[in-house]
Design a protein around this ligand. Structure first.
Ligand code: FSO
Ligand code: SF4
Length: 525
């Protein structure tokens, strides 16, 4: 096992099991499907074809905290190999085009499928950066596909990226692929933004966090369609639906907030789920990451769907007639109401349309000096105690600064009462990490209004990363020319000193340090 893909990676890699709970066997299955996908992509590229959305689902399943289900990885692997073997062989093709394990032992003993089989550390680092960006891209693309939006140029790039694994490319060529991944990432985030409008334009919305006295179902992850379908299936069922973690921004969509039994949000970020979910009392639906191996108090209440999987938990598969939530609903009917966690009301829905409808006022506040700076504090939350830095940073920001956020990073400061500036909230939550595009649209609109480049704006970036969607968002920002991004709470272990040097020299990427020093560096004080 050699996994470095998330911020919790041991140094240099998780090798005996993951901090995330991933076993050596699951890690081997994930390596196996990724290796086989590269072989499939190589043959598809040679035939002038692209991977299909199934490949995006497989990539999504290998993202941190999505699937721990070896049986499903085994089914994925068979399907990838069958697809690959129907394609013509290519002269001089790499070993991944013909790898065909016949047992779990074959998978566990295959050294060549692991990323550390790529001997040159810098080439491995650049391919890792690309592969992890591709995982984020595939996750966002899968969300868009579910809502009926597709784009073949994205599948074409996923094919090109996966096929590059064993090609004799130079470091410069691999760097170019990484940057191209960011560019395609912007296209994909824009596609997803359009797709999410299936539920209307997000509105700035206050979200209740006090549970009612009926039993409920807790919905976590990022898949808005699963939530919508469940809301539809539970009308008049005598139960309430609650959002958790990255599902909080769902309350801002007109087509979702119209359901009176969408009762509120329960709990905070994914990192606190074991303590919080044990108190929910009713069933929990995981539509995407982040899934933490559940504790015995509530494991029997955990349902997964989409790419998510955990052995021993009930999985609700896709179906042409719609997903069957009946078991989940039956269980909810017999549950006790959620235990009150006594968390404050939250604000969400500050996506680009809502913020830009206030653009006149925002520009006036900037011109009069009442807003001195915006700080983009988007990204992920996590278990690392060092992440209390983000709470302290938010608290220490002067009162004439505004935080722009998206993703679960916001849970480090969205319950603080940071007030407003002449009615503009000091924490503007654009939504999920899936909605990071909103922050780009806001920045580009301000650059347009002030007739300057995006780096001349009074905006600083202090991004928190955890998993591979954040890698894609970072690459997307770099591809748009955003400079001097600060990244924390620690730099990826998969980035070698030489690769980091390129990122520092070309983009001014910098690690976060201490609150006081970073407030200065980011021109916040
Ligand atoms: Fe968070 Fe997890 Fe949205 Fe990530 S729930 S950490 S970037 O998977 O997806 O922000
Ligand atoms: Fe370790 Fe993160 Fe990989 Fe899990 S996903 S095995 S915590 S590097």
């Amino acid at each position: 096992m050699y996994c470095q893909q998330c911020q919790e990676s041991k140094i240099p890699a998780c090798s005996l099991g993951g901090v995330c709970g991933k076993s050596k066997t699951t890690a081997a299955y994930q390596d196996a499907v990724l290796y086989a996908l590269s072989g499939l992509a190589y043959r598809l590229e040679a035939a002038g074809k692209t991977v299909d959305p199934f490949a995006a689902e497989v990539l999504f399943a290998t993202l941190t905290n999505v699937s721990f289900d070896n049986a499903r990885f085994s089914v994925y692997l068979e399907r990838i190999i069958a697809q690959r073997d129907r394609l013509p062989k290519v002269a001089g093709e790499p070993a991944e085009c013909s790898w065909n394990p016949s047992s779990e032992e074959d998978i566990l003993s295959a050294k060549e499928i692991s990323l550390d089989a790529i001997e040159n550390a810098d080439i491995r680092s650049l391919y890792s950066l690309l592969l992890f960006g591709l995982k984020g891209l595939a996750a966002y693309y899968s969300h868009a596909v579910v809502l009926g939006k597709t784009d073949d140029t994205i599948l074409s790039f996923i094919t090109k990226g996966l096929a590059s694994r064993s090609k004799p490319l130079s470091a410069d060529e691999r760097t170019a692929l990484v940057l191209e991944c960011g560019k395609v990432g912007v296209t994909c985030l824009a596609l997803l933004d359009t797709a999410n409008h299936a539920y209307g334009v997000p509105e700035i919305t206050k979200v209740n966090t006090t549970p009612g006295n009926r039993p409920g179902i807790l919905v976590t992850g990022h898949d808005l369609k699963d939530l919508k379908d469940l809301l539809q299936a539970t009308q008049n069922a005598g139960i309430d639906i609650y959002t958790h973690g990255e599902m909080l921004p769902a309350h801002a969509y007109p087509a979702l907030k119209k359901y009176p039994h969408l009762k509120g949000n329960y709990g905070t970020s994914w990192a606190n789920q074991r303590a919080e979910m044990a108190k929910f009392n009713g069933p929990i639906l995981f539509t995407t990451n982040c899934l933490v191996p559940p504790g015995p108090e509530y494991k029997h209440l955990v349902f997964t769907t989409g790419a998510v999987g955990f052995p021993g938990c009930h999985h609700i598969p896709d179906s042409p007639n719609g997903k069957d939530f009946s078991l989940l609903i039956d269980l909810a009917r017999r549950a006790a109401p959620p235990t009150d966690l006594h968390t404050p009301e939250l604000l969400t829905g500050c996506a680009h349309e809502a913020v830009l409808s206030l653009a006149g006022k925002v520009i006036e506040l900037i011109n009069t000096g009442k807003i001195r700076r915006f700080v983009v504090m988007a990204g992920c939350d996590g278990r690392d105690p060092a992440r209390s830095y983000y709470t302290e940073f938010a608290k220490a920001l002067p009162k004439d600064t505004v935080i722009l956020t998206a993703g679960c990073a916001k849970y480090r400061y969205n319950a603080l009462d940071l007030g407003d500036i002449d009615g503009i909230p000091r924490v503007l939550d654009a939504g999920q990490c899936n909605d990071s595009y909103s922050l780009v649209v806001i920045a580009l609109a301000l650059a347009d209004a002030f007739k300057c480049g995006v780096n001349e704006l009074p905006i600083s970036y202090n991004i928190a990363w955890y998993e591979q969607k954040a890698v894609l968002v970072l690459l997307a920002l770099l591809s748009l020319g955003v400079k001097d991004i600060m990244l924390g709470p620690s730099l990826p272990t998969f980035v070698t000193p030489a690769v980091l040097d390129v990122l520092v020299k070309t983009f001014g990427l910098q690690p976060s340090t201490t609150v006081d020093a970073d407030l200065q560096t980011l021109k916040c004080v």
